[in-house]
Ligand binder design. Structure first.
Ligand code: HEC
Ligand code: HEC
Ligand code: HEC
Ligand code: HEC
Length: 448
């Protein structure tokens, strides 16, 4: 299961990226299906490609979108399945989808999103008696999910997504457990649930009785020792003794209450274990999923290769500030020769070997574009048609645009890179062991 915010990075598609982003979205859906995903909630971001794309994915990739409050504006009826019922090991489970209605969704009149207060209480009421367990897939922020758990009874588990990048150990509000896995596919959340007739989350009562019994034994031992040591003294007025006897009474009462609860409960309370599995790059790839990724990225590359010839480069571009590495050779031959031995010089070639040299999601870090301003670079349509001299992580990726400096080095200065410069590209996603001081040594240009 997933609570949504899967398909797109933002709530709208960037200009010119319609095809690449919908291709990628389809690939993601295909991979989710290959991983046996039973149900996916719809977050506002999943709507970036429009309702029709979601419908198409539902039909072609067999992915079950769930949302009870994403409705047709005319009929007010859900556009996708509001909930589904599955039986796992004899336990009937109802899964409900809820879409965050707080985002501004622009002018799309194809759908509206109702606030949870209008639909959720009724939907939960309808499940009463007909299911053993209720799971809500919600992409509302945590604060609202907490409010939902606090005000509506009958939801056993809320899986949330889309608003935070961190893992959160499950936390319980009344009888609702709330759980969340870090965003963007970095972790897998693995939760084992032991759901019993009891229907209430709790620690195992027998364990609690045993713990209480141990406590009582310790108290009795302390009381016994005090009595033994002060045979003649009157202990009635001893503060410590009084305290211990009071604790003894309390422990006895607690054990009695727990034993009674145990007799009355139908079965043991429900329990779970939870684990986060970090999806590190060192983990072996799954063959089937890798094939989907390869196919998707190859299609993206093919698609963009065609675009190269149809999209016009804008005038007044950031390109005019860049010289390209060949320009530097005349005055800095030593540094150029050194740089050519570093991996940076072959960064674009690396993409080409993978048939990814037209994938705009990769190019940003494998070419020379100084102000790491993805939006501007994309708006100017630069990535696909850089001159060969910039198709590499060249001098100006670290030293800044140097066209002016090359013409008149006395007047126009360059910059020297610091850690921040590197981190624009050496992000944890692409380099999970970047230590500046270590790596600097490998690429620092020679003096003179
Ligand atoms: C016409 C000769 C010439 C060209 C072409 C040239 N430079 Fe320079 N560069 C110089 C001179 C001269 C200095 C020393 C200037 C100074 O110390 O103020 C210098 C200094 C530098 C420095 C050191 C700056 C510092 O603060 O220590 C860097 C980095 C640099 N250049 C990068 C480049 C890059 C990158 C290119 C190509 C895009 C380039 N230069 C092209 C002449 C040139
Ligand atoms: C424009 C993006 C970009 C910037 C800025 C950048 N790098 Fe890189 N770096 C790359 C890419 C891409 C590769 C991989 C090239 C390849 O193998 O094809 C790489 C490879 C390396 C490598 C070799 C592989 C490794 O990890 O040992 C080192 C070392 C390195 N970079 C250090 C740095 C340092 C230090 C800085 C900052 C001073 C820096 N880089 C700035 C993109 C960048
Ligand atoms: C945010 C910047 C960034 C983006 C985006 C990016 N890369 Fe890289 N890439 C790097 C850096 C940094 C390295 C060097 C890391 C290292 O070697 O430790 C690298 C190294 C590589 C390498 C050589 C090292 C290896 O892992 O075998 C390949 C291949 C590669 N990238 C392919 C891609 C492809 C394909 C894409 C697009 C799907 C992409 N990169 C997108 C920054 C990026
Ligand atoms: C990955 C980042 C990176 C790239 C790419 C890079 N440099 Fe450097 N360069 C550095 C660093 C780091 C220093 C040392 C800065 C310092 O001393 O603080 C340096 C120093 C220099 C200096 C000054 C040397 C001195 O006398 O102190 C020059 C000149 C220079 N680089 C030119 C170039 C040229 C030309 C290219 C392209 C062929 C290039 N650099 C590519 C990172 C880079």
């Amino acid at each position: 299961m997933d609570s949504g915010a899967l398909l797109f990075k933002q709530s709208s598609i960037r200009p010119g990226q319609q095809k690449q982003e919908t291709l990628t979205a389809r690939g993601i859906a295909q991979a989710m299906q290959a991983m046996n995903c039973r149900a996916v909630g719809i977050a506002p971001r999943d709507l970036a490609g429009g309702i029709d794309l979601l419908k198409e994915i539902q039909d072609k990739q067999n992915l079950n979108w769930l949302s009870m409050n994403l409705v047709d504006p005319k009929t007010q009826q859900p556009i996708f399945i509001p909930s589904m019922h599955v039986v796992v090991d004899g336990t009937g489970i109802t899964i409900l989808g809820l879409t965050d209605n707080q985002a501004d969704r622009g002018k799309d009149a194809n759908y509206s999103i109702l606030p949870w207060q209008e639909v959720l209480p009724e939907a939960i009421a309808r499940t009463a008696g007909s299911t053993d367990m209720v799971i809500l897939l919600s992409n509302y922020p945590e604060k609202i999910n907490n409010e939902i758990a606090g005000t509506i009874d009958g939801i056993d588990l809320i899986l949330q997504s889309g608003h935070s990048t961190s893992n959160k150990p499950p936390n319980k509000i009344k009888n609702t457990l709330l759980a969340q896995t870090g965003a963007r596919g970095k972790y897998l959340g693995l939760m084992h649930v032991n759901w019993t007739e009891n229907g209430q989350w709790g620690e195992n009562i027998s364990d609690r009785i045993r713990a209480e019994q141990n406590r009582l034994d310790r108290i009795n031992w302390q009381i016994g020792r005090m009595e033994k040591r002060s045979r003649d003294k009157n202990l009635e007025n001893d503060k410590r003794y009084k305290q211990l006897t009071m604790e003894k009474d309390l422990a006895n009462k607690k054990i009695a209450a727990l034993q009674k609860a145990k007799e009355q409960a139908t079965g043991e309370p429900c329990s779970f274990t939870n684990q986060f599995i970090g999806l590190k790059s060192s983990m072996p790839e799954d063959r089937e999923i890798q094939a989907i990724i390869d196919q998707t990225t190859l299609e993206v590359n093919r698609l963009n290769r065609k675009r190269v010839h149809t999209s016009a480069r804008q005038q007044n571009s950031v390109l005019s500030t860049l010289a390209g590495w060949q320009q530097c050779r005349q005055c800095h031959p030593k540094q150029v020769s050194f740089w050519q031995t570093t991996d940076h010089a072959g960064a674009w070639q690396t993409l080409k070997q993978d048939n990814q040299q037209f994938n705009e999601d990769c190019l940003l870090c494998h070419v020379t574009l100084p102000y790491y301003d993805a939006d501007r670079v994309r708006a100017e349509n630069l990535l696909l048609q850089l001159p060969a001299s910039l198709n590499t992580v060249g001098c100006e990726a670290c030293h800044g645009p140097a066209a002016a400096h090359s013409k008149d080095p006395e007047v126009a200065q360059t910059i020297l890179p610091n850690e921040k410069t590197c981190l624009q590209c050496h992000t944890p996603d692409h380099d999970d062991n970047f230590v500046f001081s270590d790596k600097l040594g490998k690429i620092r240009c020679p003096r003179g």
